[in-house]
Design a protein around this ligand. Structure first.
Ligand code: ZN
Length: 75
């Protein structure tokens, strides 16, 4: 999980404060260049008012790295 807290309180496009979270999976996974067989869900924070994706992220970014290059996460 991320070590920093990111807080988005207002949509930069329409100034709405209502958001929901959705994710892409299946063919839309994110794959680390160091780990071609890894596949992670890509999450999006989406404005409920205008539908803009205000942030996209993965839950465990270090899992995209080779194990020896990780600082926080092991699996
Ligand atoms: Zn918006």
């Amino acid at each position: 999980m991320a070590k920093v807290k990111i807080k988005i309180v207002q949509c930069p496009y329409c100034n709405s404060t209502q958001f929901t979270t959705a994710f892409q999976s299946g063919y839309a996974t994110v794959t680390g260049v160091e780990r071609p067989l890894s596949g992670m869900k890509l999450y999006h924070k989406i404005c409920l008012s205008c539908g803009s994706v205000v942030r996209s992220y993965v839950l465990d970014p270090e899992k995209l790295l080779k194990r020896k290059n990780r600082k926080y996460v092991t699996d």
